[in-house]
Design a protein around this ligand. Structure first.
Ligand SMILES: [Zn+2]
Length: 180
């Protein structure tokens, strides 16, 4: 008997977030950590497996670093230097260049192994996201217990998902009822 349940299929996890296509890679990566009913769950290994990458210990620290940076951006605080060093090192580990084909197509090339390229892609997405003009729209979900981040697409958006919004409204309603 196996003590671990089988990993979720790509379709099961891929359909979980309806807005996934618009989520920057770095936010998607940061959100591989989630929490529900006080329990934290880690989806990083299945996120990597969906992309054909074998999980390695170095993927975790990059996620922690990106989460620290997004949290800092959401609070308009200075970026922690250790997190910056982790992201910048991942970005530098897979130098990339563009090539033009005869048919006009642009192909991205890199000499690094696939795992390093993915780390670098995630790091560069974070760098684009966290550079000067962008962080204003980066938010931490305000629902109780939620640990997800999101890029605000409309003014006053407070929650990462409709489910979190409903949960938070229900909690506020319950709190008001208790206070009356
Ligand atoms: Zn949420």
């Amino acid at each position: 008997m196996s003590p671990t349940p089988p990993p979720p299929t790509a379709s099961a996890t891929g359909s979980a977030a309806p807005t996934a296509a618009h989520v920057p890679l770095a936010v998607d990566y940061a959100n591989t950590l989630s929490a529900s009913r006080g329990r934290t769950s880690d989806h990083l290994d299945s996120w990597l497996s969906e992309r054909g990458i074998t999980p390695e210990p170095r993927f975790g620290p990059l996620r922690d670093a990106i989460r620290d940076l997004i949290a800092a951006a959401a609070e308009q605080a200075a970026y922690p230097t250790s997190a910056l060093a982790t992201v910048n090192a991942a970005s530098a580990a897979a130098p990339q260049w563009l090539e033009l084909s005869a048919d006009g197509a642009v192909v991205a090339r890199a000499t690094a192994p696939e795992a390093d390229r993915l780390l670098a892609d995630v790091a560069r997405s974070a760098i684009e996201l966290l550079s000067e003009e962008r962080p204003a729209a980066l938010c931490a979900c305000q629902a109780p217990g939620c640990v997800q981040f999101f890029v605000r697409t409309h003014h006053r958006q407070e929650f990462c998902s409709a489910a979190c919004g409903n949960r938070a409204r229900a909690a506020r309603h319950y709190q008001r009822r208790k206070e009356q």
